[in-house]
Design a protein around this ligand. Structure first.
Ligand code: ATP
Ligand code: MG
Length: 581
């Protein structure tokens, strides 16, 4: 492909709204253009990479026995009502009506739609197991679309759904997908870490997310050397839950004018934060609730939401806090019991002589003792695990790393097949309900994550497997004769079956090299002065600074080796550079 006939609209300047490298570089290298917040157009160069990622996913899914479908994007409200999710999906789901006022959702995910189509096809245990998948658009009204295609309102997902006759079968299907995901990401040149994850509104018992370690990752991961790995959203941690020998003192009310935050309280009472009962009022599906954790802990809102069984959870606004506690914000506490559902973290009952808000302006209680001064009716682990907390499995100290979630696999169980009455006959002609798994990969986010793991100050450094072209040919020709010679070399490379992007523009060499670095094709070949004087071609790998001068014969051997390794599916930069040694 000649650049003069193609579209490679590179930009020198960073776009002002791009804060992460992948977003910046995708715009600057001319892969995407922004249409509106969370909506992007793929330009030809970006689309080529996207298709390469999609092909890898498709090949690996097919190899694992997946059967590819293409489902409608409009999904009927009736299906969502059948599963019960019409009411629980929340504001992320785009809902629309047709001219007859029939309701639909623009699919944010396809469990219902696939369950519906599969139930119309399967009837016997002989039809199972089956794994159906598609690579298709999803729509989500994200509260904060950001980081370019990393979190957008419309994105491509590979979503797969397995149906098995029993749990053993599901385990097998799940493990097969797990292994397939590892191969997919590996082939994309990505290192991923599978971590335990929350099952959210998908339902089900078990789920893992595939994370790409990255400073800009929106997820925090708790990792232990023993192999325990979990998303902070759901990470457990070991806690020594024993009553201390400390004698219970008499409860006292203390004047605490303007002492509101945990830091203020620590200095006012001169004791450690864990002595405080941090009491926060939330709205869970619009009803006020209180959550109580030790003062040195953060409330894990996802754990709390799951404990409450709530669809939506948000901090209560000041007026609600004032109404519930009869005091300004900052003085809530469980003593005497508030008239709202209260969830205590499992550690609260073991804190003797605690300090907490008195539900009265400028007043706190000290020497508060659980069960004596308030009832602990509902307890759960609602604390966030932090760096240094003991591992729930081996008690060693855990570390925190940030990650980008590129894939997610779930054991769904019977949630959809039961709700939507899917049955097949078993060997004894009895009706049984199949068990499901579901497996998603964010295609665009995977592409962005590949860039996050592979770039430098000059631009993208594509892994060979997903590079938009195999070779970037730079021509530096002065006379018409020279232009013709470069053109012949271009045709030769093209004819050998390699994908080549040929910079035939009439711009300076420096300009061409800067664009080549920005666009990031792994192999750059320059035909210029050295060729016309010495019959030597310059070869540069994008990942290295070295420029190699190579004879024409050796270059053609190199290119046929490159071609061969590609068709064997066995190409790597290492192998290519070894060939030149
Ligand atoms: P997140 O927690 O990042 O919102 P999710 O848990 O909602 O992700 P899933 O429903 O498991 O995501 O979707 C499967 C995959 O789709 C994710 O692993 C991610 O790679 C991708 N994905 C999800 N939301 C978006 C989005 N708004 N933009 C781009 N990709 C997304
Ligand atoms: Mg999401």
């Amino acid at each position: 492909m000649k650049i003069s006939k193609y579209i490679v609209p590179t930009m020198k300047e960073d776009p002002s709204d791009a804060v992460v490298a992948s977003h910046r570089l995708m715009i600057r290298a001319g892969l995407i253009r922004k249409e509106a917040a969370g909506m992007y157009a793929y330009l030809p160069l970006g689309f080529r990479v996207l298709k390469k990622v999609i092909n890898i996913i498709r090949e690996e899914m097919d190899k694992a026995g997946g059967l590819e479908f293409l489902m409608p994007e409009l999904t009927n409200a009736d299906l969502w009502k059948e599963s019960g999710r019409w009411d629980t999906m929340g504001p992320e789901m785009f809902r629309i009506q047709d001219r007859n006022k029939l309701e639909y959702a623009l699919a944010p995910t396809h469990e219902e739609a696939f369950t519906n189509v599969v139930r119309s096809i399967i009837s016997s245990y002989r039809d199972l197991p089956v794994n159906v998948y598609q690579i298709n658009t999803k729509f989500r009204d994200e509260i904060r679309p950001r980081f370019g295609v990393m979190r957008s309102k419309e994105f491509i997902m590979k979503d797969a759904y397995s149906f098995d006759i029993d749990e053993e079968g599901l385990e097998e299907s799940y493990q097969k997908m797990r292994a397939t995901y590892r191969s997919i990401f590996e082939r994309c040149g990505l290192e991923t870490i599978p971590v335990q994850a929350d099952t959210g509104n998908m339902g089900g018992s078990n789920s893992e997310e595939f994370m790409v370690a990255s400073e800009i990752g929106e997820e925090a991961l708790l990792l232990c050397s023993c192999g325990y790995r979990a998303n902070q959203e759901r990470a457990d941690f070991y806690r020594e839950l024993t009553k201390s020998g400390e004698e219970q003192k008499e409860i006292e009310i203390v004047d605490t004018p303007d002492v509101k935050t945990i830091d203020d309280l620590v200095s006012f009472f001169n004791c450690s934060a864990e002595k405080f009962l941090k009491s926060i009022i939330y709205l869970a599906d619009n009803k006020p609730v209180m959550a109580v954790v030790p003062g040195n802990r953060e409330i894990n809102e996802l754990k709390l939401k799951n404990t409450l069984g709530a669809v939506e959870l948000e901090l209560a606004p000041d007026n609600v806090v004032e109404e519930v506690t009869s005091a300004p914000v900052g003085f809530a506490g469980p003593v005497n019991g508030l008239n709202v559902r209260t969830v205590f973290d499992i550690s609260v009952r073991y804190i003797p002589n605690a300090i907490t808000g008195a539900n009265e302006k400028d007043k706190h209680f000290k020497n508060v003792n659980p069960e004596r001064d308030f009832a602990v009716k509902e307890e759960a682990d609602i604390s966030t695990a932090e760096e240094g907390d003991p591992c729930p499995e081996c008690k060693k100290s855990m570390t925190v790393k940030r990650g980008i979630e590129v894939g997610h696999i779930f054991k769904l169980g019977y949630k959809y097949t039961k709700a939507m009455n899917v049955t097949v006959q078993n060997e004894k002609s009895q009706e049984i309900t199949p068990i499901m798994g579901c497996y998603g990969i964010g295609v665009n986010r995977t592409l962005a994550a590949i860039i996050e793991q592979n770039y430098d100050e000059r631009g993208i450094i594509w892994p060979l497997s997903v590079a938009p072209f195999h070779v970037h040919l730079v021509g530096i020709a002065k006379s018409d004769e020279e232009v013709k010679t470069v053109e012949e070399i271009y045709n030769k490379i093209q004819d050998s079956g390699l994908e080549v992007l040929y910079d035939d523009r009439k711009v300076s060499p420096g300009f061409k090299f800067a664009d080549a670095d920005l666009v990031g094709i792994p192999v750059r070949i320059t035909v210029g002065k050295s060729y016309f004087t010495n019959n030597e071609i310059e070869l540069k790998f994008r990942h290295s600074k070295d420029i190699l001068k190579i004879s024409v014969e050796k270059i053609s051997e190199f290119l046929s080796e490159y071609r061969k390794l590609l068709s064997d599916g066995n190409v790597s930069i290492q192998k290519l550079s070894d060939f030149l040694k």
